[in-house]
Design a protein around this ligand. Structure first.
Ligand code: F6P
Length: 363
């Protein structure tokens, strides 16, 4: 009897709603239509380096469509090409890519499906260049991947942030305060832009448009004069003042991308309160935006991306990621994806629309 063809699935980087829906889509289609065997690599690239994996049967893939997080575990730190190892209490980085590649070869898989954002897919591209057959699936709440109009997880994060803004609106109105909502978005302001528009934010601050605090203060004062005795500021964690810098919360030494942001909301809150005399409060939504069940949109997107990834495996379209272009699914080379973050273009129609309804970007 012929051995079943095997594929492996790995989830890397920050988790987000919809990862399990992709695992389910890839696995179910591969089992039902192609009679394949599925291997789940545990904890992202940690599992690849340390040979940790488990077989996923149909039952493992059932009942996970709506489940947040990833059943396989993930890591934002593990990078086979720069793997953090502690030796006599000291941190050092080793290139363990050969070991990772040997492990995947030993598994005898026809393809490794890498579900991840820019970091994960950058590593996937390197593994592909080193001979591993890879298909990528775009995942990140930040929506900042090149080669796709949208990533799954983004819609869910925007929904969570919008709900947060809606709730803060009523308390801002009651107390005549400035409420600052800090959302995720390291290099790109997609979450702030979308949730800011959806939640009717008065001021939206994104990394792509450095702000001037004096102009923000003027805007708040002007609203007050007009009888709007509250203001909502939606700020991306990566926003910065003109000529100034981002606010770093911590450095994760083991990570290839060690900077973790957070705190710009508190800086702004203090400045606005001091300069306007109006009370300000800050809420940092943080990892809430990555948790819980995916929206209907993300479930549908995850299912489309996952099933398309199986077609790409069958057609041996390795070194490519499934992306979205308008309403179509497209195949995008990982080389293109690995070229850095997709930021919000300054002439983006949504920025124009927001400005047209009086939303201020701090510039
Ligand atoms: O990459 C997704 C992301 O959510 C960023 O927006 C955020 O800066 C970062 O992850 C937070 O990372 P961690 O999980 O290490 O705190």
């Amino acid at each position: 009897m012929k051995n079943k063809e095997r594929i492996a699935i790995l989830t890397g980087g920050g988790d987000c709603p919809g990862i399990n829906a992709v695992i389910r889509a890839v696995g179910k289609k591969a089992i039902i239509e192609k009679g394949m065997e599925i291997i789940g690599i545990e904890d992202g690239y940690h599992g690849l380096v340390n040979n940790r994996y488990r077989k996923l049967i149909y039952e493992d893939l059932s009942g996970i469509l709506t489940l947040g997080g990833t059943i396989l575990g993930t890591s934002k730190i593990a990078n086979p090409y720069r793997y953090a190892v502690k030796k006599r209490g000291k941190l050092e980085f080793q290139d363990l890519s050969k070991k990772a590649i040997e492990n995947i070869k030993k598994l005898g898989v026809a393809c490794l499906v890498c579900i991840g954002g820019d970091g994960t897919l950058w590593i996937a591209h390197s593994l592909y260049k080193d001979g591993v057959p890879i298909v990528g699936v775009p995942k990140t709440i930040d929506n900042d991947l090149r080669g796709t109009d949208v990533t799954f997880g983004f819609d869910s994060a925007v929904r969570i942030a919008t709900e947060g803004i809606d709730r803060l609106h009523t308390t801002a109105q009651s107390h005549h305060r400035v409420m600052i909502v800090e959302v995720m978005g390291h290099h790109a302001g997609w979450i702030a832009l979308h949730s800011g528009i959806a939640g009717g934010g008065d001021i939206i601050l994104i990394p792509e448009i450095p702000y001037d605090i004096r102009c923000i203060v003027e805007k708040v004062k002007e609203r007050n004069k007009k009888g709007k005795r509250f203001s909502i500021v939606v700020v991306a964690e990566g926003a910065k003042p003109k000529g100034g810098d981002i606010v770093i919360q911590r450095i994760v030494k083991e990570s290839s991308d060690p900077i973790r942001l957070g705190g710009i909301g508190f800086v702004l809150g203090e400045q606005i309160e001091k300069m306007t005399g109006i009370q300000a409060r800050t809420v940092v939504l943080g990892h809430l935006q990555r948790g819980g069940s995916p929206t209907a949109f993300d479930r549908v997107l995850a299912t489309s991306l996952g099933t398309k990834a199986v077609d790409m495996i069958v057609n041996k379209k390795f070194g490519y990621m499934v992306g979205v272009d308008g309403r179509k699914l497209v195949e995008v080379s990982l080389e293109k994806v690995a070229k850095g973050a997709r930021t919000v273009p300054l002439n983006h129609p949504l920025i124009r629309s927001a400005r047209s309804v009086g939303t201020y970007f701090g510039d």
